[in-house]
Design a protein around this ligand. Structure first.
Ligand SMILES: Cc1cc2nc3c(=O)[nH]c(=O)nc-3n(C[C@H](O)[C@H](O)[C@H](O)COP(=O)(O)OP(=O)(O)OC[C@H]3O[C@@H](n4cnc5c(N)ncnc54)[C@H](O)[C@@H]3O)c2cc1C
Length: 611
């Protein structure tokens, strides 16, 4: 019998994880049949593009090293063999790496080395029936061959690879500029201004932003933090530790950075402590036993959001009552009974909360998360700076000292709700309108509260602000290309008088949209109708275009224009309708990526077994 052949396109963390699962399952599902796995990626397998070695050592992995493992452990609920191995934490203890500050964050270079080591050790431990061939190039075309076999064309002119199955694990892909970005680029080139559309920080050429120039960065999430680091420390600036915190020492090569976003403040800092006795979740939003709607199709805004808000509040108060018994007027059990009985936002519930938690400053305040600058009103640039710094300092305290642990309770509520929402999405229970609302409302709120920088980064932002290198411009900004003045002009809800800029940078990660993809392989599949957009529709005709490639939620098979699943083509990752912006998995948490990779690998091997 000829060897079975599988091609994995993309060898970042996802592709490497899939190779691990193919190898873990091969003996059980293919017996003695030989298997060739071809891995295609222009970057090193394991690290791939995002975690590659040729990038600035100043770029960090934004989760603590204790939160990352590439190996399955006994917590993982999958059918394939569990094959434990070193977590990032154990790996750095053994192999070294640059662990920053006591908070335990590492550079992307260290994470990349761990990922490359993972891939190498997985390949080294393969059974003798398996061969792994790495092609350091792009895959540019995928064609149907005889008898369902697949032909993968490579950019470097190597002979095509003919395979029984192809798995696309292409991760974060480039997109063409959208309408506004295209217009800004054209405007900038006409007036000799600088405009850098959204991109991956390691790939961007920031050289066009001149020393001392006023540059506006839109977006204040993790990409903004990367950009700020590259424009300051990356240009020779450094930090001194003082009694009051950090002091930034200028190099003279940095620009003055003006930062703005929908909320006008950076994402909330990562926590550095854990709870001893967190609330048992889910409590009010459980996708498996969801009863919040009488119909199968659930509406996010009306049905789910009230449960989300209640879940977060529940988890917050559970921790508040545990940590601060002297600041509450009732016992937890009484409070919990009343809290459970009334809907979120109702007057009765607000009254119960006010009676039990007398100090308003102790109550959970979702509105201040949604709109942190609401209380600042309209403010001058000068007045806004100390105000935002005070918010950052308060955030740092809540996130790094367990004395204000109720905030971590709220975080766990957010995280549980996020998990349940993605389960509801995965089960196709949410309406198309819900999907649109989740994109616009929930995901951004979640990222703001739960997906921020390590504490040291927030301290650095504070130091940059104190040094006048970073200025906060307020919330809900509007930027226009001002043809009269030949500058980018920005106004915000906080500061209505316009500020002018000769340099503008979009500080967010590009969002995949198949209409804008630059990837040749995908472009050809889309043009041929062999890959199609995942569009959600409601009964009344409302349609939500996700921009994502449609795959079967169960099997990850690609779906073509006619709605047919392809038995030999699979795709997974943030460019597909699996809709998972995959983050790394913490040890012992039954990570979803592991379960998905195992299901995918076993499904693919089974088709080979059958064929
Ligand atoms: C800038 C950035 C920072 C991040 N930081 C964190 C973090 O700190 N913590 C965290 O948990 N998550 C983080 N993430 C989330 C991220 O999703 C995961 O960390 C992870 O990289 C996703 O793995 P992946 O393999 O799906 O995608 P990728 O890492 O993007 O890998 C996909 C690979 O596919 C290859 N590829 C694409 N097209 C082709 C083709 N046609 N032919 C051949 N190869 C191809 C690419 O070269 C790439 O190597 C970050 C994401 C980004 C973009």
């Amino acid at each position: 019998m000829r060897p079975a052949v599988i091609v994995v396109v993309g060898a970042g963390p996802r592709g490497a994880g899939i190779v691990e699962r193919l190898i873990a399952n091969v003996a059980e599902l293919l017996g003695g049949r030989t298997l060739e796995i071809h891995v295609v990626d222009p970057y090193s397998p394991g690290s791939g593009r995002i975690w590659r070695q040729n990038q600035s050592a100043l770029m960090w992995l934004n989760v603590p090293l204790q939160s990352v493992t590439m190996f399955t452990d006994s917590s993982v609920d999958c059918d394939g063999a569990i094959r434990p191995g070193l977590s990032l934490h154990s790996w750095t203890a053994r192999h070294g790496g640059d662990v920053h500050s006591h908070d335990g964050f590492v550079s992307r270079l260290t994470q990349g080395r761990y990922l490359e080591w993972f891939f190498e050790s997985v390949v080294a431990q393969r059974p003798t029936t398996v061969t792994v061939v790495v092609h350091t190039t792009r895959a540019v075309e995928l064609l149907d061959h005889h008898g369902g076999r697949q032909q993968v064309r490579l950019a470097n002119g190597e002979p095509d690879v003919t395979a029984d199955a192809v798995i696309l694990a292409m991760g974060h892909l480039d997109v063409l500029p959208d309408h506004q970005a295209f217009g800004f680029a054209e405007f900038a080139s006409r007036h000799r201004l600088s405009y850098i559309p959204s991109g991956y920080s390691a790939d961007l050429d920031l050289g066009m932003v001149r020393p001392a120039e006023d540059v506006l960065i839109r977006g204040m999430g993790l990409a903004f933090v990367d950009l700020t680091v590259l424009l300051t420390e990356g240009r020779g600036g450094r930090y001194q530790t003082t009694a009051g915190g950090l002091r930034y020492v200028r190099s003279g090569a940095e620009p003055t950075i003006y930062a703005t976003s929908r909320r006008g403040v950076p994402h909330r800092t990562k926590f550095t402590y854990v709870l001893d006795d967190p609330a048992a979740l889910p409590r009010f939003l459980d996708a498996e036993n969801y009863t919040g709607s009488t119909s199968w199709a659930v509406d996010f805004v009306h049905d789910v959001w009230p449960a989300v808000a209640k879940e977060i509040g529940w988890s917050y108060y559970h921790e508040f009552f545990r940590a601060h018994p002297k600041r509450v007027r009732t016992g937890w059990n009484d409070f919990a009974r009343l809290y459970s009985a009334d809907p979120w936002g109702s007057e009765t519930l607000s009254r119960h909360i006010a009676a039990a938690v007398p100090n308003p400053a102790d109550r959970w305040d979702l509105d201040s998360v949604r709109d942190p600058l609401a209380r600042a009103g309209r403010a001058s640039l000068e007045r806004l700076q100390p105000y935002v710094r005070s918010l950052l300092r308060a955030d740092l305290t809540r996130r790094t000292s367990s004395g204000q642990s109720a905030e971590l309770g709220a975080f766990l509520g957010f995280r549980s709700a996020a998990h349940q929402i993605s389960e509801l999405l995965g089960n196709d229970r949410l309406t198309a309108r819900s999907e649109a609302a989740i994109g616009a409302r929930w995901r951004r709120l979640y990222e703001h509260f739960c997906s921020g920088p390590p504490p040291l980064r927030t301290r650095q932002l504070l130091a940059l602000s104190e040094a006048g290198v970073l200025k906060f411009l307020g919330s809900k900004v509007s930027v226009v290309a001002d043809e009269t003045e030949r500058v980018f002009s920005a106004t915000s809800a906080t500061m209505p008088s316009a500020l002018r800029f000769t340099a503008l940078v979009d500080g967010w990660i590009p969002r995949f949209d198949l209409r804008l993809t630059t990837d040749k392989l995908l472009t050809r599949l889309i043009a041929a109708g062999e890959a199609t957009e995942f569009v959600r529709s409601d009964a009344d005709g409302f349609a939500y275009r996700t921009g994502l490639i449609q795959v079967s939620g169960e099997t990850f098979e690609m779906i073509d224009r006619r709605g047919a699943a392809h038995r030999h083509r699979y795709a997974i990752g943030p460019f597909t309708s699996t809709r998972q912006f995959s983050t790394f998995t913490s040890p012992g948490t039954n990570g979803r990526s592991f379960r998905q990779n195992d299901r995918l690998a076993r499904g693919v091997l089974r088709t080979l077994e059958a064929g």
